[in-house]
Design a protein around this ligand. Structure first.
Ligand SMILES: N[C@@H](CCC(=O)N[C@@H](CS)C(=O)NCC(=O)O)C(=O)O
Length: 276
């Protein structure tokens, strides 16, 4: 059985981490048996990012590397009919979503008040058990700062542009995706293929986030994108997909918090003892 280590789902999106959701969708597409382990345990990977999978003792990290691994290990029925040109188009469309549109999504999540409150409430209760809930405001502050810092230090300085320009970038990204999709049911034709797993995970996170935001409004301007998102959701998760509210577990791992900050390592270790 393949174990998918990912962030805890919430807010009625199969996963708020588009990269975790991409792998889960691919596993469903390829009809591979798996179990999702929602343990937020990014210390399992050298990049300190999720998702990763464990397959008979082998740990593979990075959503794209995981998909390539699964294709090699279990066959490539999902993409076997695609030409090299289609694969290249799929790759380009996925890059628009995952390597470009994602910055606007993160900007919406950590700078638009309603989105930020929703996401920080989710993460703080996903990470901190109820009996330590007094810690949640601190964790919210840590997550907000760390996310904003990572956005500010992104090489191209995406979030340093004025808001109207950022949202214009996003409109262009959606427009390009909408043109590539055209009137096809899926990005590369009549059947879903692996790029759909990555693109859909980004789109649902952009246009189905429960609070309103400029990015959500822009995405909804493109009717084929909205219909595509619903089509994919309904096929792989059911249209009325609902996550349970984030629930804290009895044994909470704080190992993943503060992992990138050596000076906070001792705080993390103490919290780990405390959380058990
Ligand atoms: N290239 C990686 C990206 C994974 C990634 O960015 N994961 C995010 C969640 S969507 C993460 O782990 N964030 C935690 C952090 O940055 O501290 C992949 O495709 O798996």
């Amino acid at each position: 059985m393949i174990l998918l280590h990912q962030f805890k789902p919430g807010l009625n999106i199969p996963n708020l981490s588009n990269f975790c959701m991409k792998v889960e969708t691919y596993l469903k597409m390829a009809d591979l048996p798996y179990r999702a382990v929602n343990d937020n345990n990014w210390s399992m990977t050298p990049t300190r990012k999720l998702p990763c999978i464990e397959d008979n003792g082998t740990v593979v990290y990075d959503s794209q590397k995981i998909i390539e691994y699964l294709k090699k290990a279990y066959g490539n029925k999902v993409d076997e009919d695609l030409s090299e040109e289609q694969l290249a188009i799929g790759y380009a469309a996925q890059a628009i979503a995952e390597d470009r549109l994602i910055y606007c999504l993160m900007k919406d999540r950590y700078y638009v008040d309603a989105s930020r409150n929703a996401i920080l409430n989710h993460w703080s209760s996903a990470f901190i058990p109820d009996h330590l809930n007094w810690l949640r405001p601190i964790i919210k502050g840590v997550i907000k700062k760390s996310m904003r810092d990572s956005l500010k230090h992104q090489w191209q300085g995406y979030v340093r542009y004025p808001n109207n320009e950022i949202y214009e970038f996003a409109r262009r990204d959606f427009k390009a995706l909408s043109e590539i999709l055209g009137d096809k049911p899926y990005f590369l034709g009549d059947k879903p293929t692996s790029p759909d797993a990555g693109i859909h995970a980004m789109l649902i996170n952009a246009i189905h986030f429960p609070t309103e935001s400029p990015l959500k409004d822009i995405g909804r301007e493109f009717s084929n994108i909205v219909q595509y998102t619903d089509r994919m959701t309904s096929k792989f998760y059911g249209l009325n997909y609902q996550t349970e509210p984030a629930r804290s577990e009895n044994k909470t791992n704080f190992h993943s918090l503060f992992i990138n900050n050596a000076s906070l390592a001792s705080v993390r270790d103490r919290l780990n003892k405390f959380g058990r």
